[in-house]
Write a protein that binds this ligand. Structure first.
Ligand code: NAP
Length: 268
């Protein structure tokens, strides 16, 4: 019988309420998580007040007894992840799950900082989860039970698609999924501008460009045609396809290298 995870069976604690932290709260709520089941732990009163107002969420300092949860979502910038784990350590108990959404902090380093019996998980998030359409690669630590995995999958289902990968591949995931919107959007933007040059409204131009991009993605997803066969369907050739292909390939490599520089203890 499949394990059925219930988001409301657990108490969720969030650290870091920026782009990703806010998306997590919104998506969990959209899946029925009740507001009283999630709280933000933050020692900075200004930041806490901002998050409380934006998300209508309970906030308490890390040192306070009210900062309690059994699933912890860490969505701070990478340098704050291990110090946060150290500060929260007395609050972690066997059976708890700690999920990091940060680039650059290996699962092994998180596991080393956690008490025995606490499961560590790493997810590479991306902003498409705002509309439940992201691809979120996940790596599970050795201490994750089947039940832990089922619960994390429930969370990931709220964010979009997911794929289980090895933690060693996470630096690559920064460029393949996490940050890739950043170089896919200029393609859309350029085509939208050309549509405006043609006299279309921005809305119509953007719609045409986005629908074409959506269609290209669907062709790649729904058929097993090779890239050469898909390209051969259109005869107009006005760009240096090899240069474009290598540009994007290089972008993923660069993002991976950048992620490596974020590893705790990294010396450039
Ligand atoms: N955004 C993406 O698409 C994306 C993609 C891949 C990976 N990620 C990863 O996701 C994580 C969050 O990214 P983000 O885009 O949400 O960043 P963000 O918008 O900068 O949010 C980070 C939040 O954490 C807060 N913060 C910083 N230090 C903290 C601490 N010690 N305790 C509590 N809160 C703290 C920041 O507050 P202040 O602003 O006041 O410093 C900010 O509100 C990062 O580790 C990043 O590597 C994000």
């Amino acid at each position: 019988m499949p394990l059925v995870a219930h988001l409301n069976d657990r108490h969720w604690g969030l650290i870091g309420a920026g782009v990703i932290g806010r998306i997590l709260v919104q998506r969990l709520r959209s899946q029925g998580l009740r507001s009283e089941r999630i709280l933000l732990c933050d020692d900075d009163p200004v930041r806490g007040a901002r998050a409380r107002q934006a998300l209508n969420i309970k906030v308490c300092p890390l040192s306070d007894a009210c900062c309690r949860a059994d699933i912890w979502l860490l969505a701070t910038p990478p340098p704050a992840i291990l110090p946060t784990v150290q500060r929260l350590r007395p609050k972690f108990h066997p059976g708890h799950i700690v999920i990091s959404f940060a680039a650059g902090v290996p699962l092994s380093q998180m596991e080393a900082a956690l008490p025995e019996g606490v499961a560590a998980v790493r997810v590479m998030p991306n902003a498409l989860s705002l509309i439940g359409r992201g691809v979120n690669p996940v790596a599970y630590g050795q201490g994750c039970s089947l039940e832990d995995r089922a619960l994390v999958q429930e969370l990931l289902a709220a964010l979009g698609e997911s794929i289980v990968i090895r933690d060693e591949q996470m630096d690559w995931a920064v460029g393949l999924t996490g940050a890739s919107m950043r170089w896919l959007l200029p393609v859309l933007e350029g085509m939208t501008l050309a549509g405006k040059d043609a006299g279309f409204s921005e809305g119509h131009a953007r719609w045409m460009a986005a629908k074409m991009m959506e269609g290209v993605a669907a062709l790649a997803l729904e058929t097993d045609m090779s890239f050469e066969d898909m390209k051969a369907l259109t005869s107009v050739q006005v760009v240096d396809e090899e240069a474009i292909r290598e540009l994007f390939r290089e972008a993923v490599h660069r993002a991976k290298t950048l992620a490596e520089t974020m590893h705790p203890g990294h010396h450039s």
